[in-house]
Design a protein around this ligand. Sequence first.
Ligand SMILES: *[C@@H]1O[C@H](CO)[C@@H](O)[C@H](O)[C@H]1NC(C)=O
Ligand SMILES: *[C@@H]1O[C@H](CO)[C@@H](O)[C@H](O)[C@H]1NC(C)=O
Ligand SMILES: *[C@@H]1O[C@H](CO)[C@@H](O)[C@H](O)[C@H]1NC(C)=O
Ligand SMILES: *[C@@H]1O[C@H](CO)[C@@H](O)[C@H](O)[C@H]1NC(C)=O
Ligand SMILES: *[C@@H]1O[C@H](CO)[C@@H](O)[C@H](O)[C@H]1NC(C)=O
Ligand SMILES: *[C@@H]1O[C@H](CO)[C@@H](O)[C@H](O)[C@H]1NC(C)=O
Ligand SMILES: *[C@@H]1O[C@H](CO)[C@@H](O)[C@H](O)[C@H]1NC(C)=O
Ligand SMILES: *[C@@H]1O[C@H](CO)[C@@H](O)[C@H](O)[C@H]1NC(C)=O
Ligand SMILES: *[C@@H]1O[C@H](CO)[C@@H](O)[C@H](O)[C@H]1NC(C)=O
Ligand SMILES: *[C@@H]1O[C@H](CO)[C@@H](O)[C@H](O)[C@H]1NC(C)=O
Ligand SMILES: *[C@@H]1O[C@H](CO)[C@@H](O)[C@H](O)[C@H]1NC(C)=O
Ligand SMILES: *[C@@H]1O[C@H](CO)[C@@H](O)[C@H](O)[C@H]1NC(C)=O
Length: 496
Amino acid sequence: MRMSRSFLVAFLGFLVLAVLIQAQDQSGFISIACGAPAGVNFTVRQTGLNYTSDANFINTGVSRTIVPELRHEFLRNVWNLRSFPEGKRNCYKINITRGSKYLIGASFLYGNYDGLNMLPKFDLLLGANRWDTVDIKNASVSRHFEIIYVPSLDYVHICMVDTGLGTPFISAITLRSLRNDIYETEFGSLQTYIRRDLGSNKGYRYDDDVYDRYWSYDDADTWYDNVDKWKQLNFPIDADSLVQNHYQPPAVVMSTAVTPANVSAPLVISWKPYDPKESFYVYMHFTEIQVLAKNQTREFNITLNGKLWYENESPRYHSVNTIYSTSGISGKLINFSFVMTETSTLPPIINAIEIYRVKEFPQQDTYQGDVDAITTIKSVYGVTRDWQGDPCSPKDYLWEGLNCTYPVIDSPRIITLNLSSSGLSGKIGPSILNLTMLEKLDLSNNSLNGEVPDFLSQLQYLKILNLENNNLSGSIPSTLVEKSKEGSLSLRYGSY
Ligand SMILES: *[C@@H]1O[C@H](CO)[C@@H](O)[C@H](O)[C@H]1NC(C)=O
Ligand SMILES: *[C@@H]1O[C@H](CO)[C@@H](O)[C@H](O)[C@H]1NC(C)=O
Ligand SMILES: *[C@@H]1O[C@H](CO)[C@@H](O)[C@H](O)[C@H]1NC(C)=O
Ligand SMILES: *[C@@H]1O[C@H](CO)[C@@H](O)[C@H](O)[C@H]1NC(C)=O
Ligand SMILES: *[C@@H]1O[C@H](CO)[C@@H](O)[C@H](O)[C@H]1NC(C)=O
Ligand SMILES: *[C@@H]1O[C@H](CO)[C@@H](O)[C@H](O)[C@H]1NC(C)=O
Ligand SMILES: *[C@@H]1O[C@H](CO)[C@@H](O)[C@H](O)[C@H]1NC(C)=O
Ligand SMILES: *[C@@H]1O[C@H](CO)[C@@H](O)[C@H](O)[C@H]1NC(C)=O
Ligand SMILES: *[C@@H]1O[C@H](CO)[C@@H](O)[C@H](O)[C@H]1NC(C)=O
Ligand SMILES: *[C@@H]1O[C@H](CO)[C@@H](O)[C@H](O)[C@H]1NC(C)=O
Ligand SMILES: *[C@@H]1O[C@H](CO)[C@@H](O)[C@H](O)[C@H]1NC(C)=O
Ligand SMILES: *[C@@H]1O[C@H](CO)[C@@H](O)[C@H](O)[C@H]1NC(C)=O
């Protein structure tokens, strides 16, 4: 049996968490309880994590509550949820620091909130791209999606898309700010695949983990062909006496390790990817937990599918060393083997391992200037359309009334704005000028009044301008008439 494709956590595992909560710093954390009443903040006692209502991050959807029998105290953050019976795409907009690295989590506990016992399936978007498909298989089990992501804008959009297979919803969103120099990839983002506290029978997260990563307990079923071949070691380490590196695996996680049950055999960690084309990044955390005698050494080589991958690793006492891949690893079977060197007197050990799957997000976010402009236009004209998330992307979910270009290496740009028959009133404002690449502008069949502004001629790429059937007065500015005569602009004006 292997891990589910998208890292699935039965949150029941959290029951065994240590209840000792200290006031750890939660700066850099955003913890959102979706559907919780506006203004409500609460602390989940078992983790000490402070959650806030989602009211400031979204203005669509409805607040719902899971059935009472599933409201366990340790799951307080998913008692409420926000469901989206209306609109194809509904989005959260969360302010962040552009260019910084985040660990982003999204949790979904259906909990039969609607009494229909119909398990929905829908898409989850992150910015301009599809992140995953949320396929709820069990009403009482929370699904959790986690990714390490560097947003390119000052905010991130997390959207639920109705794909016709049930009403989308979301229970909780978490963002944890990470150092930029850890978990680096050649390209793509890293989806959590497996994160294990090897040698442990307990799971740990915040506040043992400063980044609130969840380290699940040892489960031999995860791995390919290693059942009964490991021995667990446990030598508690005090957090203060552990010399950390930038990855900061918790001391309690580093206190346990696995070693081969047969001391002269290699230690093998292997798994079978669902798809041999999938690409993985692996982070192995080591520290010596035993006091070695003068005549003892522990040293090993690490091979990957039989080829030397790292040589002469000798974990230092109570000091974290992380060995990681610098490019993606793929294959039908991925087999790491830890082999004692000739001079070593002790078998290899490993304390913890993280495995991430590369997720490519090929579509760039729409050009920020265009996003700002269209957002202003939406509010100035009171556009009531279902405009949420990225305007141009994904292409399938392009905002109604827009069209965009998708340059290969640059951001998408808005080239068409069609607000015909949209019930617009008031004057034509200058906010449209900020859509600098606009080629087609259709404002026909509205109740716009005032004069046709001269500034529209500043839109240098404009080819089609339709102002028919409004209450506009005055004459057409000469600059526009000239362009029309030249043939560079197709202009429609007047009533039908
Ligand atoms: C979490 O919230 C509690 C109660 O509102 C507050 O006392 C505590 O200081 C908060 N902790 C952090 C780390 O923000
Ligand atoms: C709730 O938390 C948010 C962010 O942590 C804070 O800005 C707000 O003041 C808090 N509200 C209450 C009622 O404590
Ligand atoms: C996000 O940032 C924008 C622009 O700075 C600001 O107007 C908005 O209030 C912020 N939203 C939240 C929830 O803090
Ligand atoms: C759903 O999960 C619960 C808790 O893990 C389990 O007891 C139950 O049998 C599962 N239901 C189905 C239909 O698989
Ligand atoms: C232990 O491993 C060694 C080397 O791989 C092997 O020769 C030996 O048979 C193994 N012993 C047992 C009891 O499996
Ligand atoms: C290491 O030294 C101890 C005594 O200090 C001895 O009992 C043991 O056999 C030695 N081990 C090895 C592998 O030489
Ligand atoms: C993994 O590699 C080791 C050493 O190369 C080998 O002994 C072992 O049989 C391999 N395991 C699997 C499952 O292929
Ligand atoms: C470990 O790697 C070193 C350096 O490549 C090599 O000399 C040595 O033979 C290797 N030892 C084993 C047991 O594979
Ligand atoms: C958007 O523009 C492309 C390329 O010009 C065109 O093929 C497509 O039909 C347009 N889509 C809409 C909805 O106007
Ligand atoms: C704008 O949309 C309307 C209705 O969908 C359509 O009839 C019209 O041709 C569109 N205008 C342009 C310039 O594509
Ligand atoms: C113009 O808009 C009205 C409502 O705003 C609509 O009923 C009518 O069908 C539209 N006419 C055309 C030709 O699109
Ligand atoms: C156009 O964008 C600029 C820069 O983002 C902004 O300062 C200006 O107010 C915008 N103009 C209008 C008319 O919205």
